[in-house]
Structures are given as structure tokens and as C-alpha cells.
Design a protein around this ligand. Sequence first.
Ligand code: SAH
Length: 240
Amino acid sequence: MTDRNTSDLLIQVAMRAEALPIIHLLSLKPIGRMDPNLPSELWQGIVHGHCISLVTNGCDPEFDCDRIGTESAAIVAFLALRITRPKLIFNAGTCGGFASQGATIGDIYMPTRFLFHDQRVALPKFDAFAKGEKTTADFPKIRSATNAKHGTCSTGSSLDTTVDEMAFFAAESVTCKDMEAAAIIRVARDFQTPFIALKAVTDLVDHRQTVQEAFLTNLKFATGRLADAVDHAARVFSAV
Ligand code: SAH
């Protein structure tokens, strides 16, 4: 077991199904819960010479499914950053992509701009806070090691998309739609920890096939691609 109090890299993943291919590929060992009051689970290992911690949001005991979404993402990010004190945090996960922006299933995105698409507060200052727009530095070595595309990630609390949100995505040139990234980067900023999102496309938001159908069909393929990308990123991590 590694020292859970210092990690080089923290990888936060919402769903167990997204995390398992990464855990297997990196041979991470289960450590258990970070806190008895939270279902979030921690795995650790030494990978390519670096101490890596991976946390999932955990399975909700009442609803018996992964705790996807912004609330759990923020709580787990806070706790995991506090416990593992990493040099860098990755949010590895899946996302909806946009055919109109050139996405295909299994593409890996490493966005450098993040916002929320379903938080609207028409009051001075609170409007910008609600939209939560943040940009990150690019990490060219990680981008080329993962062959990741550039883009903007927009986070919300629903898997489906409303007509208004579609207009928002077009106006903001959104390339990835997810349910966690903008919440995690907010917490990472509080800890002054650099943040990278690696997102594999499971479904195309602007395609005929329903997002739910595409997500379930493509989850295995996309999470395999995601695990490879995380492994390649961990390899060049020291060069960041
Ligand atoms: N139906 C799935 C649940 C997927 S929920 C199941 O039963 O297992 C969506 C999760 O994948 C979230 O964690 C989110 O970050 C990501 N995601 C993938 N495609 C998405 C999309 N089109 N919109 C929003 N989130 C998406």
C-alpha cells in the first residue's frame, strides 16, 4: 500500500464502469472508503514511478446507482484533494460529443474551457458565478501523449438536452457535455491544484440515436479508450 497522504496524481471518476478499465490497466489496489459517511472509494498504486490515487463518486446506497453529477463530484473532489494532496488532478470520464464539431464515438477530449449550461442567475456577479466559466493551461505533452482533441466542456445535471441548451452549446462552441467537470475544477481552484479533464465520447448529442441508447452501447469501447489515454498521460506526467 502507498502513503495515501501524498499522491503525485489524483484521478477522479464518477462511475465505477468508467473507473474499472483504468484500475485494471494501472493495476491500482483498493484502499476502501475515504470517509465512513460517503460511498466514494479510493484505489492507489505506483504507476510509471508515480504515486497515483483514483477515486470514484461511489454507489448511492438508497438508489443503487453511481452518484453521478455535480454535488457528489464537488464533495468527493474536496475530500480527495484534502487527503491525497496531489500535484495534479484529472477528471477522467465520459461525455456527450457533437457531430457538428467533428466528434466521433471514442474520441478523447482534453478541454481547456469549462462552464455550466443549466445554472442561470440573472443578477450582477451571480450570473458569471453561475455560469462558472474557467479556463486551464494546456498541457502539450499530455495532449500529444493522449492524442486528445481541444475543446470546451459544459456541465449540467441532466443526461438529455433541452432546445435552449442546444442553442447555448452552439453559441459557446461546446465540444463536450458532461455532469461533473465544471464542479470539480471549481474545487481544484480552491486547492490551487492544476486540473485536467480527459473525456471519452460515448454519445453524440446532435445525433438521431438517443443519448441513453448510445451511452449504453458505446460505454465499454469509450472507457477502454479512456483507460489508454489515462495510462499514456500518467507515463508523461513527470514531463508536465
Ligand atoms: N445511463 C447510464 C448513466 C449515464 S449518466 C447508466 O445507466 O449507466 C452520464 C454520465 O456520463 C455522467 O457522469 C456524465 O459525466 C457522462 N456523460 C456521458 N454522456 C453524457 C451526455 N450526453 N450528457 C451528460 N453527461 C454525459
